[in-house]
Write a protein that binds this ligand. Structure first.
Ligand code: PMP
Length: 394
């Protein structure tokens, strides 16, 4: 079976992590892997998570199976967090999944089964797993312009022109906030314009919400998603709790289908459960239960929101300090966009050769496409990284 196998490409971020681990230079800085880091370089277990886990440990008296779609209390908690009161509950179907990636996979697989000719429109660039999973499932991939490398902002005209060519039933994959890898946000006006285009074309928004609460606020980061869900007959959402609850390895995510009405909702709910059954039967429960415990308790919710706000404000302060350090080092505003981007990632506009030089000469680890994780920048690393970037990129 394995003698003649052609091996899949190894994930370049995982490869980078391995090189970093073997680097013994004391000043090494990991701006590669996409996890949040506190100013002292840790990825902590959040305080509300610890408390919720303690409660679960004390009160849980069975580990027996839950439903195929996961616990309805988790669906309810996530529906409110993601959608607020943008749509009536009767329009929403949901199924827990192993992480945001699991939810993406379930939704794309469902699309392939139900509408095999639908194309999936991906932003250029996007998180590589989007194209990888879509390709693996045999879906047709189309791309729409998104990033303007000249300005470090949105190619608004290009995006709207490309999206107007989508066919009815095509999926348009949008990042809810904190676009990975560019850091470029959509304004509410952009979301409105996208909604109007989707209304005209009949294409379906598929929103990847992996960073709610990492951009501007829990509410603002969901505003575009809520707008589209309220405006259009169908919206698909893959939400992840990996980042905003720090539950990475527990694999907590949810696939949500906002449908046209109660009949379609019943069908969507049955399909989501069916696809869970085919892939892994019951979705993991522990992390989902932690999330539902936090969101179901006003005190824990408050503790969680406060810690999340601190993380967000820290990342945005790092962005501002780093943009300022680069302004001083380069004597220009060339990297000013880093201050206005949101979330963990930005593209620094480095060629693969420049990325290699940053690593080899300065022990700074950035993904080969020039994506850096701003949350990996501890305050004392900022001057070193700014100086190195000015030297290598200018
Ligand atoms: N979407 C995007 C854009 C991401 O960056 C990530 C995390 N790297 C995910 C989805 C899913 O993450 P997870 O499967 O760990 O929840």
């Amino acid at each position: 079976m394995f003698d003649a196998v052609s091996l899949p490409e190894t994930d370049q971020i995982l490869r980078l992590m391995a090189i970093y681990a073997g680097d013994d230079r004391p000043l090494k800085v990991d701006l590669g892997v996409g996890v949040y880091r506190s100013p002292d370089g840790r990825t902590p277990v959040m305080a509300a998570v610890k408390q919720a886990e303690q409660r679960i440990w004390q009160n849980q008296n069975t580990k027996s199976y839950v439903g195929l779609a996961g616990d309805p209390a988790f669906h309810g908690a996530m529906r409110s967090l993601v959608l607020g009161d943008a749509v009536p509950v009767g329009r929403v179907a949901a199924a827990a999944a192993p992480g945001g990636t699991g939810a993406i996979r379930q939704i794309l697989e469902m699309t392939k089964r139900l509408t095999p000719d639908a194309a999936v429109w991906l932003s250029d660039p996007t998180w590589p797993n989007h194209s990888s999973i879509a390709r693996y499932l045999g879906l047709t991939i189309r791309t729409y312009r998104y990033y303007d490398a000249e300005t470090g902002g949105l190619d608004r005209a290009g995006m709207m022109a490309d999206l107007s060519a989508a066919a009815p039933g095509d999926l348009v994959l949008l990042h809810a906030c904190c676009h990975n890898p560019t850091g470029v946000e959509l304004s509410l006006q952009d979301w409105q314009a996208i909604g109007a285009t989707l209304e005209t074309t009949g294409a379906i928004p598929f929103i990847d919400m992996a960073y709610q609460g990492f951009g501007n606020s829990l509410e603002e980061d969901a505003a575009g998603t809520r707008l589209l869900a309220g405006m259009l007959p169908e919206t698909l959402i893959a939400a992840s709790c990996s980042k905003n609850f720090g539950l990475y390895r527990d694999r907590v995510g949810i696939a949500i289908a906002v449908t046209s009405g109660e009949t379609a909702q019943g069908a969507a709910q049955a399909m989501l459960a069916y696809f869970n059954r085919q892939n892994y039967s019951f979705p993991p429960d522990h992390g989902a239960r932690v999330v539902e415990t936090i969101l179901g308790d006003p005190i824990l919710t408050d503790i969680w929101r406060t810690e999340l706000r601190g993380m967000r404000e820290g990342m945005n302060a790092t962005r501002a300090a780093f943009a300022e350090a680069l302004r001083v080092e380069t004597g220009s505003d060339r990297f000013g966009f880093l201050g206005s981007h949101r979330g963990m990632f930005s593209l620094i506009g480095a060629t693969p050769e420049q990325v290699d030089r940053l690593r080899e000469e300065h022990a700074i680890y950035v993904v080969r496409d020039g994506r850096m994780n701003v949350a990996g920048l501890t305050p004392d690393a900022i001057p070193h990284v700014a100086r190195a970037m000015a030297e290598v990129l200018i």
